[in-house]
Ligand binder design. Structure first.
Ligand SMILES: N[C@@H](CCC(=O)N[C@@H](CS)C(=O)NCC(=O)O)C(=O)O
Length: 222
């Protein structure tokens, strides 16, 4: 049967890029429908009525929301090149780190981008501490998934270009060859994979986009 695979997403969204990379790794072609987040499409509102957020994967007419859940769906639907380990313990360890990245790491990183002054300084400190936690979790392995790229690599790797944007905006080094040497090498390894480099946003383009949204959020906060 001919598969119909649509992604409602946005080039700059790390959550959306996660889905594109996972599909690519599995050798599944998709069509990206770029969303305007200020003026969301009817298709997005109907497909994700609870959160009204991208990404949404629409597979043969069925909609799946939330990037971490979409990655699990992709992994189970197309088991070739597994993302999550089969062993129950290793599997929950990967899910644990993905939850840490989205519940703790990512909100602090986002605040470097969206805030200034004391609030920004606090989020920089917390992000630096979280980077050390992730450095310890990775250790000397080539990937969080072991010898090859896996679930946690995709979850964190898609945020790494945003980490670089936040380094520029916050005037700080977060992925540092001295304080986080394993993460530093890991990110270079990850971004150079064929299934990754064609979907990761261009740094300069993302930086301009980041500054535009930063100004918007700072104005909203006043
Ligand atoms: N937990 C969600 C987060 C997705 C998310 O934050 N999407 C943003 C774009 S990066 C969005 O759609 N924002 C629109 C809005 O909040 O109205 C996931 O992992 O899919």
């Amino acid at each position: 049967m001919e598969e119909e695979v649509k992604v409602l997403g946005l080039w700059a969204s790390p959550f959306s890029v996660r889905v594109q990379i996972a599909l690519d790794l599995k050798g599944i072609n998709h069509t990206l429908y770029e969303e305007d987040l200020i003026n969301k499409s009817q298709l997005l509102l109907q497909s994700n009525p609870v959160h009204k957020k991208i990404p949404v994967l629409i597979h043969n007419g069925k909609a799946i929301s939330e990037s971490l859940i979409i990655l699990q769906y992709i992994d189970e639907t197309w088991p070739v090149v597994p993302l999550l380990p089969k062993h129950p313990y290793e599997r929950v360890v990967a899910l644990f780190w993905a939850a840490f990245i989205d519940d703790k790491f990512s909100p602090n990183l986002r605040d470097i981008h969206r805030t200034q002054g004391e609030k920004q300084e606090k989020s920089i400190k917390e992000t630096m501490a979280n980077m050390l936690v992730l450095e310890e979790a990775l250790k000397e392995r080539p990937f969080f998934g072991g010898e090859s790229v896996g679930y946690v690599d995709i979850v964190l790797g898609c945020l790494a270009i945003w980490i670089q944007v936040c380094e520029e905006i916050g005037g700080v080094k977060l992925i540092d060859p001295h304080s986080t040497p394993f993460l530093h090498v890991w990110f270079e390894r990850f971004r150079n994979l064929n299934c990754v480099k064609k979907w990761l946003p261009d740094f300069d383009k993302l930086l301009s986009y980041g500054y535009m949204f930063r100004n918007y959020f700072l104005q909203q906060a006043n």
